[in-house]
Design a protein around this ligand. Structure first.
Ligand SMILES: *Cc1c(COP(=O)(O)O)cnc(C)c1O
Length: 308
């Protein structure tokens, strides 16, 4: 398997965020634009993949097999990386065959797709799940949903250095914490490991409370043997994953105009709205400086728009 060079895609711009509600509260936020790292391999999903790719390379694999939904940002980044770097990819999809902009891209990138239905997809956590797939694709390395687990988190650790290297350009000598959208909590766990207690990491949950994010983060932290894990999860799901309401859409519209950067409603829009609510509730003292991670996901927006 051909691996991309180490330096590739590690530089994402850190930009000051100018929004009224931040100015009013005297809180400063800089946004780490992971949506800008590459036209196709966008967002946190690249970082979550990198250690999985290295493990695959070590194991002598010829490619990657993984799973996700019909709008999956993870499968999209994986398929694009496979095409770019010339390794083969297989995607196991939730539900029944459907055409979405994401699915069309996966096919165009050369990913081979298998639709598992809903029951079949639910079985992904069962012990024997991978066995038949590994028999069928013995040269492919399996990667869990969303590129999760400890390897996924380890790949996100360099984000801290990427931010530290750019603080001076903002005129900051330090920051007080991170704010980012969480689905599985893998990206958050990577930052928690990188910080080792230096700065807190605030995770805005895009999924309801019962998705076991705390357990997943704790498992990664324990597996890594980390002692100081300083983080907090805040509910930002607004009634469910992929649930979208007028207040959220209004907020996204206004922010896109005022801030001159794109958001999508499932993760980044919800995370920034949750931050606004906390800032307005007086959660952060005047002078607080936060890093907001733009985790990408903009490709998934196409599917949502065409549904409306
Ligand atoms: C997958 C995803 C997340 C969630 O990342 P986790 O590591 O699973 O918490 C956040 N934002 C976007 C845009 C994503 O695609």
């Amino acid at each position: 398997m051909l691996l991309p060079p180490e330096t590739w895609l590690t530089q994402a711009p850190l930009e000051p965020l100018h929004l009224d509600w931040l100015t009013d509260a005297g809180v400063e936020v800089a946004i780490l634009r992971l949506d800008l790292i590459d036209p196709l391999i966008s967002g946190n999903k690249w970082f979550k993949l990198i250690e999985h790719l290295k493990a695959a390379d070590h194991a002598g694999a010829e490619g990657i097999i993984s799973l996700g939904g019909a709008h999956s940002n993870h499968l999209h980044a994986l398929a694009a990386a496979g095409k770019r770097f010339g390794f083969s990819t297989v995607g196991l999809l939730r539900g029944h065959p459907q055409e979405t902009p994401t699915v069309r891209d996966l096919q165009a990138f050369g990913m081979q797709l298998h639709w598992l239905g809903y029951g079949g997809y639910r079985a992904r956590h069962e012990a024997g799940f991978w066995q038949p797939w590994q028999t069928r694709y013995p040269t492919l390395h399996p990667v869990p949903e969303g590129g999760g687990g400890l390897p996924g988190a380890l790949g996100c650790m360099p984000l801290r250095a990427a931010v530290c290297a750019q603080l001076q350009g903002l005129g900051w000598n330090d920051y007080d914490g991170w704010w980012l959208a969480c689905g599985t909590g893998t990206t958050l766990a990577g930052l928690v490991l990188a910080e080792a207690g230096d700065h807190p990491v605030y995770g805005a949950l895009a999924v309801p409370d019962d998705h076991g994010v705390v357990q997943q983060v704790e498992m990664i932290v324990q597996e890594a043997g980390a002692v100081d894990a300083v983080y907090e999860l805040v509910d930002a799901s607004r009634g469910g994953f992929a649930k979208v309401d007028p207040l959220l859409l209004d907020f996204i519209d206004q922010t896109e105009q005022a801030g001159n950067f794109p958001l999508e409603p499932l993760y980044t829009g919800k995370a920034l709205l949750a931050l606004k609510q906390q800032v307005e509730a007086g959660r952060f003292a005047q002078g607080t400086r936060l890093i907001f991670i733009h985790t990408g996901g903009l490709q998934g927006r196409r599917g949502l728009k065409s549904k409306n």
